[in-house]
Structure formats: C-alpha cells, structure tokens
Design a protein around this ligand. Structure first.
Ligand code: NAI
Length: 457
C-alpha cells in the first residue's frame, strides 16, 4: 500500500514525487517511456541543446561585425544530435538518481486506474496491481496531428514529423515547411535557418508566436525574415503530400491555393492533454475538452485525486508543471498553497529570445484594469549595445494606473530568458513601480532597462 501513486514521471510527476517523499509519503511513480517526460526527452532540453549548437555556428558565421572572422565554420548535424542524446541521457539518469535518493519507487510501464477501494484507489502497471490512498495524474500532453488531407499518411511516410521525430533526424533537410508558427515551430525554424536549411513557416493567424505581445511578435518576425525565414501568415494548410525529400504543402491564402515543395514538414499546431485509456472517465474525473479539470490546488473533481502539468491543459510549460506538482503535494499534506497562474513566465528560445510574464496592455484592459504601458529600447543598456550590433530589442512594462502596480513585462532580446524571472517576481509579489525603482540592478546588464523603464512611469 502506497500513500501516493503518480501516473507519469515528467516535470510534474518527478518533482511531486520528490516533494511527497520529503514529506514522508511512500510514493510510487509509473512512467511508460522515460523519466523526465517530454521536457527532458523531446522538448525543452533537447531543443535547447540543438539551439545552442546553432548559436555557436551563428556566432562563427557572423562574428565579422564584432571583428572576428572564422573561415570555414561547419556544423555537423549528426554530431549535434549525438551530443543532444548525451545531454538527455545524463539528465534522465539524474532524475532516476533523484528518485532513488528520495526513496521513490519507479515502475516502467503504462499505468491505468482500475478502481476505488476502502482506502483509496487501485492502479495497474506492468501486470501488477498497486494501491494508494492518493493519486496524482501527470500524464502530460502529446502533439496534435490535425485532420489536414494527406497529413496522416505523410506522417506515416516520414515526410511530416512532430517535435518528437524531428529531434532524431540525422541528415539536414534542404527545405523545411513548418506548419504552425507557435513556440515549437519558431524554435525549430530558428535551428534549421541557422544550419542552412530553407525554412517556410505557414501560420493560420496573422501573427507569429500566438499570444506573444503584438509588437514583440512583429520584431521577432522581422529578425527572422532578415535571416531568411519565409513567413506565410493568415494561411491555412490545406494538404500535405509526399515522402521525405519529395513533399508538397498546399495552403490557402486569400482564397487562393498555393504550393510549396519541401523535404520535411514539421507539424507544430499545438498539443493536447493525454488522458485517454488511463481510467479517468471511469472513476468520474471531470474533463473539459479532453483535459483534466483542476482548481488552483490541483484537485480534480474526485476527492483523493490530483492532477498537475500539461494534463490539465492550462499552461503547458514545464515550469508550470513543477509548481503544480508541488502545490498538489502541499494540498495533500494540508499545507495552504496555490498556483499563481498570473505570474508564470514564458520564453521563446529564438535568437533573439523572447521572455514574457503577466498581462499585455490588451489583456490587462480586457481584464478590467485601467492599465498603461511603457516601451523602452534595450539600447538603453550599454551591455546590449556592446553585444548586439544593430539589435532592435525592446522591453514593455504594463502597469495599473491606479496603484502603479506591475501587471506584466514583455521583452525581446538576448538574456530575456534569464531576466524574465525577476519580472515574474515583480508580478507575483504585486510590486509597484516605486518598489522596483529601489531595487539595485547589476551594471552593466541588459536587465537594467527594466529599472530604467520604471523611471519613465
Ligand atoms: P502553439 O499552440 O504554440 O502554436 C501552434 C500554432 O499553429 C498556432 O499559432 C496556430 O494558429 C497554428 N496552426 C494551427 N493549425 C494550423 C494550420 N492548419 N495551418 C497553419 N497554422 C496552424 O503550439 P506548439 O508550437 O505546437 O507548442 C505546443 C506547446 O508546447 C505549447 O503549449 C507551448 O507552450 C509548449 N512549448 C513551450 C516551449 C517554450 O516554453 N519555450 C517550447 C516548445 C513548446
């Protein structure tokens, strides 16, 4: 008998397992693929490994602006993929060691909730039945393959790939079409552009990067257009046909059908919660559009069952999953805690990077705030100028006019991925402009522009 069984060993699951064990709960994690989940095995970490190699290659190719010329720089994609595999392996074994160290039992297999007992629930995994007082559902999400004519066959044929398969291709495609200009699409477009593939991004909306603040999204688009990525916006993909090296993507724009020949198609049109076949409906867990409904304590509609991570379909980010896993365990222990969904930062690891947290001016107004924003060029930072020849990065601070409280910060420019954490603290702590003005920022840094922005309010 366990105190807790966790279905899924990704960021939500393994982090919650460690917390639960720390609180003295006898904990079991069931994981059907690999500890670390999508983030570690086919998401955040492998993509960042690839993008880092691309960045080094970019620096080698474009160093002349900084007085550095590198002759004959080459990128060996197969070697980059080998290194990615090594990084993933190191981190996955790190998670396994963490589980072992915490005294968490891990079973490799697909878990299914099979029933309710007087003391809790039964779960079947790898032919064994386990019982626990509490369950935590952390089964994550999977890429959606939309019902576009020919796409499923193209996927089976290997022409079309998702974020999973694209990480393992060893021969660089000459021409890549990215279907969906969201986070995954843009990060992979960035990689393939850096390493020399011809990249076209076809996006249904009239802007890239989904909910990203409009001006920042447009700066990102300009940067990548300059680098040679072709964006086809306001275009819906109508068909994908062919096999690797001989693909055709058809899209409809302004009532006309156009075609693009390509070698590889990345499908990055969103992800959906993984909730099928694990016994959730049978036990009465309430769902909404295929995702588990949870409250701010990560409780589901069934007492004794919590859910954390992408499976709730709320904010599909690994760091949200970590926090939700922690909050679920706190709630199990009777500790007051909640997920503050307003202050979750998000990052796009393009070059330049995008970092955002909280409200945009538009969303703040829609939420009823009497809000305003200031926009400052990152060129207010000496370090930014020193390191970004011709850079056009900006930071935007959104604030409430009544109390001057920080509602959101949005930034495009390198280090944004690291800087945004400070802004998230400002939003989470509901700091006011005067509070931030008193914080000492290190000099010379790019983050100083946030401080500078405060003095223009
Ligand atoms: P997404 O939701 O970010 O973007 C999908 C895009 O595809 C949207 O802009 C949508 O308008 C477009 N689209 C949908 N159907 C289309 C069609 N038929 N033709 C053309 N465009 C179409 O989804 P994405 O990029 O697949 O990412 C999935 C999840 O993974 C997101 O929740 C994201 O937050 C997470 N993620 C986060 C990362 C990060 O934080 N850096 C990195 C990678 C993924």
């Amino acid at each position: 008998m366990y105190d807790l069984i966790i279905l899924g060993g990704g960021p939500a699951g393994y982090n919650a397992a460690e917390r639960a064990a720390h609180h003295g709960m006898k904990t079991l994690v069931c994981e059907e693929r690999a500890l670390g989940g999508v983030c570690l095995n086919e998401g955040c970490i492998p993509t960042k490994t690839l993008l880092y190699s691309a960045k080094i290659f970019d620096y080698a190719n474009h160093g002349d602006k900084y007085g550095v010329t590198v002759e004959g720089a080459k990128i060996d994609h197969a070697k980059v993929v080998d290194r990615k595999d090594k990084v993933v392996k190191t981190l996955v074994s790190g998670v396994a060691a963490k589980m072992k160290g915490a005294g968490v039992t891990v079973v490799d297999g697909t878990a299914k909730i099979t029933g309710k007992t007087a003391n809790g629930f039964t779960v079947e995994c790898k032919g064994e039945t386990y019982e626990a007082a509490k369950l935590l559902i952390c089964t994550g999400s999977e890429a959606v393959i939309p019902p576009i004519p020919g796409l499923r066959d193209s996927y089976e044929a290997g022409l079309a790939v998702t974020n999973r398969e694209i990480l393992d291709i060893r021969v660089l495609p000459k021409r890549v079409v990215v279907v969906g200009g969201g986070v995954i699409g843009l990060e992979m477009a960035s990689y393939f552009n850096s390493v020399g593939s011809e990249v076209t991004v076809v996006e249904m909306l009239n802007k890239i990067a989904g909910p990203t603040e409009a001006e920042i999204s447009s700066i990102l688009e300009k940067n990548y257009t300059k680098k040679g990525v072709k964006f086809v916006l306001g275009a819906k993909v109508a068909a994908v046909n062919g096999k690797p090296g001989e693909g055709v993507v058809e899209y409809e724009k302004d009532g006309k059908i156009e075609k693009i020949d390509c070698d590889l198609v990345l499908v990055s049109t969103g992800r959906r919660a993984r909730t099928k076949g694990i016994g959730l409906e049978e036990i009465g867990v309430q769902m909404n559009r295929g995702a588990v409904v949870t409250d701010d304590q990560c409780k589901t509609s069934v007492p004794g069952i919590w859910a954390a991570g992408d499976v709730n379909g709320k904010v599909m980010l690994a760091h949200t999953a970590y926090r939700e896993g922690e909050v679920a365990v706190s709630d199990m222990m009777g500790i007051r805690d909640r997920v503050d969904y307003r202050s979750i930062p998000s990052v796009i690891y393009t070059n330049p990077e995008v970092g955002s947290v909280g409200e945009t001016l538009e969303s703040a107004k829609a939420s009823g705030f009497d809000a305003a924003e200031v926009t400052l060029s990152l060129r207010y930072s000496g370090r930014y100028i020193a390191e970004n020849e011709g850079g056009d990065g900006i930071v935007k601070v959104v604030y409430g006019k009544e109390h001057n409280q920080i509602l959101g910060v949005h930034m495009i420019g390198n280090y944004a991925s690291e800087i945004i954490f400070g802004a998230a603290a400002m939003v989470a702590k509901e700091q006011r402009v005067a509070d931030v003005q008193k914080i000492v920022f290190p000099h010379p840094t790019v983050c100083e522009v946030i401080r500078e922005a405060m003095f223009t309010i």
